[in-house]
Write a protein that binds this ligand. Sequence first.
Ligand code: 13P
Length: 256
Amino acid sequence: MRKKIVAGNWKMNKTFAEGVELAREVNEYVRYKEGSEGVSIILGTPFIHLAKVAHNITEPSIAVSAQNCATEKAGAYTGEISADMVASTGAKYVILGHSERRSYYGETSEILVKKVAQALDSKLDIIFCVGEVLEEREGNKHFDVVKKQLTDGLFNLAAEQFAHIVIAYEPVWAIGTGKTATPDQAQEMHAFIRSVIAEKYGQAVADETSILYGGSCNAKNADEIFSKPDVDGGLIGGASLKAADFFEIIKSRARH
Ligand code: 13P
């Protein structure tokens, strides 16, 4: 179902104690302060934090997400974490296809197809990331690149399965750079993504799909970005690491 979502991607930040404390603070903000009504909040923590954070959260609007999962179900894969393990912690989501995993860890669409299948098999919802690098945007290839990422990574799914997908559009040139896409650039790409989904699965499915923007989204620029009709929320990196800043972004989402 199309939802207003603000998701934090903590990436490789926060020790166990720090992460538990950050989640506690977010939970307190949502519980005691006004302004987050109608927003689904997701905390994308490192694997080792998942179980404790999922256990401690008391607010029904907050869910917990992993940032990755294995391509295989179980077995001799030293160091890997399966989707079943993620689900067993109480986490409800997994972020897949983040540009950092695509570029630093060689995650291809073939790999992502396997991870998506494992996550769905484990009843996890998926935040699936797409986005172009700067040269692709400058070469006016950004629409083709994003369409190919969607097609190759997701469009083997049946429509019922696709209902478990949230898309995050994260232009790589905007991630961690302080250079955000303009609200119009975000809207243009989000509308395009929705049209590509509509072509494949029909307008009703496209209208029900939540599409998040990610890339240097913060408390100052969130209002403008969230005011756009096809921007359903945000996937927040750096600004999700402080509860007060993250809560401001949640409030922005609630206002629009
Ligand atoms: P920043 O918000 O730090 O730019 O990171 C965005 C991101 O990659 C979220 O997944």
